[in-house]
Design a protein around this ligand. Structure first.
Ligand code: NAD
Length: 378
């Protein structure tokens, strides 16, 4: 019998790692699911609902963790939670693997096997386990909704007897998962949408959503996508050309949503102070890269900064603000992964340590950090 524990997340994390749907499915796999009382409350998953699907509600985290083979979390678990697990238990979460290294090392020292969902390989078989996509998609949507709410003008063009309201111009920087959803959402709200990216593959995707694609399409642009589908860091020369293009375009924009990221690096700086100063008062920038340093020079993580009448919002957990959907999708991503780790017939853990998705997500085992992309870093 496999015992799975889910404990409550910290105060700043409204999501939870299990949903009524996944409790039912995990129980169907032969697992016992122990959820700390109240853990699902901020995603509107009451203890009663989870219990009705087969979860055991544990009065405290310690009760949920006792004898657990697997701990499921959204964020990095606390050292105390991991220390309470038996040696060799699995921890599956978004561990922020490039974040606080000493704390990660300390978690590894507990001898749990740590898996991080951010490293899930972007291969067809693992699409259903791709938490970056499931959460970024929601964040892209929420960024536009928040921008529309902050913007003191209408988004769509409106022709009324009293006169015409022009459509808002929205510019999406970074057309990955979050950016594409932002384009689609801004279009649905009636904005005139343009977008930029450094990966050539994004050009067609932007166009197919009705956005106008704007980019420096030189030789470097043609090579800017890694085999894993991510952007490469661009040269200083490319960045200068890109900055010129953006400077000319951004001054006419009302709403700018930035989502540009490069795995394992600080976010590329795409909007300078001077560019902000060229924008009209009342314009809104939502910087989804705030957590990684921001795409805009003036972004302050977790804050709304006003500069010359332009407001720059650097949200830290937009997906978490639509926690009902975010938790449901995250929990399903976890379930899809767990299904590959549990032998349904024998009702026990059966991990193929050579599997690409296991190797891709395994951060630490037997007390040591083992992931190749974390070797050598301190
Ligand atoms: P991401 O969050 O790492 O980055 C967001 C976007 O920022 C990317 O499109 C990136 O190209 C862009 N960017 C980086 N530097 C930039 C710069 N200097 N200027 C402008 N834009 C810049 O990316 P993501 O959203 O996770 O998606 C990356 C790719 O992976 C996309 O092609 C996506 O469609 C693909 N993907 C594939 C799978 C799969 O095959 N299973 C799943 C999800 C996403």
């Amino acid at each position: 019998m496999v015992t799975i524990a889910v404990t409550a997340e910290p105060a700043d994390e409204p999501r939870v790692a299990v949903s009524p749907e996944t409790v039912k499915k995990l129980v169907g796999l032969g697992a016992t699911v122990k959820v700390e009382a109240g853990a699902g409350a901020r995603s509107r998953f009451s203890d009663e609902t989870l219990r009705a699907q087969g979860a055991e509600i544990a009065p405290t985290a310690a009760d949920a963790l006792r004898d657990a083979d697997i701990l499921l979390k959204v964020r990095r678990p606390s050292a105390a939670d991991v220390a309470a697990l038996k040696p060799g238990a699995l921890v599956i979460a978004m561990l922020d693997p490039y974040g606080d290294r000493a704390a990660l090392q300390a978690l590894a020292g507990s001898k749990a096997s740590l898996f991080t969902m951010e490293f899930m390989p972007r291969i067809t078989r693992a699409q259903s386990m791709d938490v970056l996509s499931s959460q970024a998609n929601l964040a892209g949507y929420k960024a536009v909704v928040d921008a529309a709410a902050m913007f003191q003008q209408a988004m769509p063009m409106m022709m009324t007897a009293a006169g015409t309201v022009p459509a808002a111009r929205a510019f999406i920087m970074g057309a990955g998962v979050a950016g594409l959803q932002a384009i689609a959402t801004a279009r649905r709200l009636g904005a005139q949408v343009s977008a930029t990216d450094v990966r050539p593959a994004s050009k067609e995707q932007v166009a197919s959503l009705g956005g106008k694609f704007i980019a420096v399409e030189d030789e470097e642009f043609k090579q800017a996508q890694t085999a894993a589908g991510y952007a490469k860091p661009m040269s200083a020369e490319y960045q200068a050309k890109q900055a010129e293009l953006v400077a000319n375009h951004i001054k006419n924009q009302d709403i700018v949503i930035t989502t540009a990221l490069i795995p394992g690096r600080p976010a590329p700086r795409l909007i300078t102070r001077a560019m902000v100063e060229s924008m009209k008062p009342g314009s809104i920038i939502v910087d989804l890269a705030a957590e990684r340093g921001g795409n805009c020079e003036l972004t302050k993580a977790g804050e709304i900064v006003e500069h010359n009448g332009v407001r720059i919002y650097g949200p830290l957990n937009l997906a978490g603000e639509i926690s009902v959907n975010a938790s449901s999708l995250y929990a399903k991503n976890l379930y899809a992964f767990l299904e590959t780790l549990i032998d349904k017939k024998e009702k026990k853990l059966a991990i193929n340590w050579d599997d690409e998705i296991v190797k891709g997500t395994l951060v630490a085992r037997d007390g040591a950090i083992v992931h190749p992309s974390l070797q050598g870093a301190t």
